[in-house]
Design a protein around this ligand. Structure first.
Ligand SMILES: [Fe+2]
Length: 493
């Protein structure tokens, strides 16, 4: 009889919390995951109000404060906001003044801005220079604008920056009121403390800090270099999947969000704000990182780009590079992106009877490419880790003649490409103006390769006899042959 009772007992287990990404050797922080979720997180149990956002008095006398990234009257699906429960409200600070920390930032791109230039010529830069040991440069001081389009004040456009630094921000926090930062470290990890919690971001990962969020950057590896794309008036989104279906590309579950974390620190801090590319600062007598609990969907996040699922043709032909799109942002024009971030990671290349390198093209989008690590083989333009290439809108580019000859005559076998490498492209449907700093002062601009596109002799000319024969067979006149003599000049009227 005992045996019969045991056979009716069921076994199992129940989760005690939602999934959390746990710390690793190179990242001491835990994260909650899932793109665009409305997270709820408290560093002290019971500090998140239940059933309301603004109780008459919050637990422990915390202050409730809302931060939003969309206007109140927005479509529900697009609403972005968060509620903080913090030791002091953000408004508790001293008067504002202009900051002398960095005058190399631009947020207004037009032909009338003499700090920038529109040039329809491709350019490339070698590794952007780290500060010398004699200089002490933090993340904010080391930001340099490379180029952009539009205007932060009309909330339409974007800027591309690079950063180099060799000093952690100390009792200083940065708040960008101009737009959202997409940060791509290339050298050195960034230990980013935000009002929402902490993120350790390494080369190969991206981080997004939406506008208006205060953060500071510390350098556990002592030096840092990387790229930033800042978007005005828009926010990053995952691209539509279309016929790809519900799996592939960047998986929503792989986006990591910080957990609430607060400091009790009543010492002097400086907050630096960026507006219209100008820096301002104010003092306060406590840390800005005093958020005990928060909930909402307007929050910073990170993503390991090695996790990107590549999708490409397995038969013939080339897919458009949009299949490498990790994140995009919408422009004000329905159906038109403001920008797309494409990432190039190791994958198989298998198409048969196909020209496999990038075909020759004139792209309506401006292309800015950077290299995180490894070696780039996909373009004639020099691209090295920590450097940058620029292909202006509608200007032609492609492969060298030698690479064309190689690609059109080799035996096509399945091959691994981009092994051990990661590159990215900012695909921007607009004309980009480059800053005077990028063109004149960065110290790493490569000279224009005047002979890059020589060698294209036009193999067609070697086939004219055969062409004439085939035209004749069709009853058509042959190709016009150039005359051997000099044509007489036209008579004057
Ligand atoms: Fe291109």
């Amino acid at each position: 009889m005992i045996t019969a009772i045991e056979s009716t007992i069921s076994y199992g287990a129940t989760a005690t919390s939602s999934f959390t990404i746990v710390p690793t050797e190179c990242d001491p922080y835990a994260y909650q995951s899932g793109w665009g979720n409305r997270f709820a997180c408290e560093a002290l149990p019971g500090t998140l109000p239940q059933g309301r956002n603004t109780p008459q008095r919050c637990k422990y006398d915390l202050f409730s404060e809302q931060l939003n990234g969309t206007p109140f009257v927005s479509a529900r699906a697009s609403q972005l906001h968060a509620w903080f429960y913090r030791i002091r409200p953000s408004v508790a600070h001293g008067p504002l003044r202009k900051s002398p920390l960095n005058g190399k930032l631009e947020a207004r791109f037009s032909a009338s801005n003499t700090n920038t230039q529109y040039i329809p010529q491709d350019h490339s830069w070698g590794q952007f220079l780290l500060p010398s040991a004699a200089d002490s440069v933090d993340f904010v001081q080391g930001l340099r604008t490379v180029g952009g389009h539009g205007d932060a004040m009309t909330k339409d456009g974007l800027a591309v920056h690079v950063y180099t630094a060799n000093r952690s921000m100390e009792k200083t926090a940065f708040c960008n009121n101009d737009g959202d930062f997409l940060i791509l470290p290339q050298e050195g990890r960034l230990d980013i403390q935000t009002e929402f919690g902490n993120m350790m971001v390494r080369p190969g990962e991206l981080a997004v800090i939406p506008a208006g969020i205060r953060f500071r950057v510390r350098l556990p590896d002592h030096t840092a270099r990387g790229y930033i794309q800042e978007i005005f008036g828009s926010h990053y989104e995952l691209p539509e999947l279309g016929p790809v279906g519900s799996n592939g590309m960047a998986m929503p579950r792989d986006f990591e969000y910080p957990l609430a974390s607060f400091d009790v620190d009543q010492t002097a801090w400086t907050i630096i704000c960026k507006l219209a590319g100008q820096l301002y600062e104010y003092e306060q007598d406590h840390t800005p990182f005093d958020v005990v609990a928060w909930h909402g969907n307007y929050a910073p996040y990170k993503y390991a780009m090695e996790k990107f699922i590549n999708t490409a043709t397995v038969d013939r032909e080339q897919s458009d590079p949009s299949i490498y799109c990790v994140l995009m942002a919408k422009s004000r024009t329905p159906g038109l992106a403001l920008t797309e971030l494409l990432v190039f990671t190791p994958r198989w290349s298998v198409p048969s009877n196909t020209f496999r390198p990038p075909y020759y093209h004139r792209n309506v989008c401006t292309e800015l490419m950077g290299m995180i690590y490894g070696t780039w083989h996909g373009s004639s333009t020099v691209l090295e880790p920590g450097g940058l290439t620029y292909e202006p809108s509608l200007m032609p580019h492609g492969e060298s003649y030698e690479r064309w000859a190689e690609a059109t005559s080799g035996v096509l076998e399945p091959e691994r490409v981009n092994e051990g490498a990661m590159a990215f492209m900012l695909h921007i449907p607009g004309h980009i103006s480059l800053t005077n700093w990028a063109l004149e002062s960065s110290g790493t601009l490569h000279a224009i390769q005047a002979d890059l596109w020589t060698g294209f002799d036009g193999g067609f000319m070697e086939h004219t006899e055969q062409v004439d024969q085939e035209l004749a067979a069709c009853g058509l006149p042959g190709l016009a042959k150039p005359s051997t003599g000099h044509a007489a000049p036209p008579k004057a009227p």
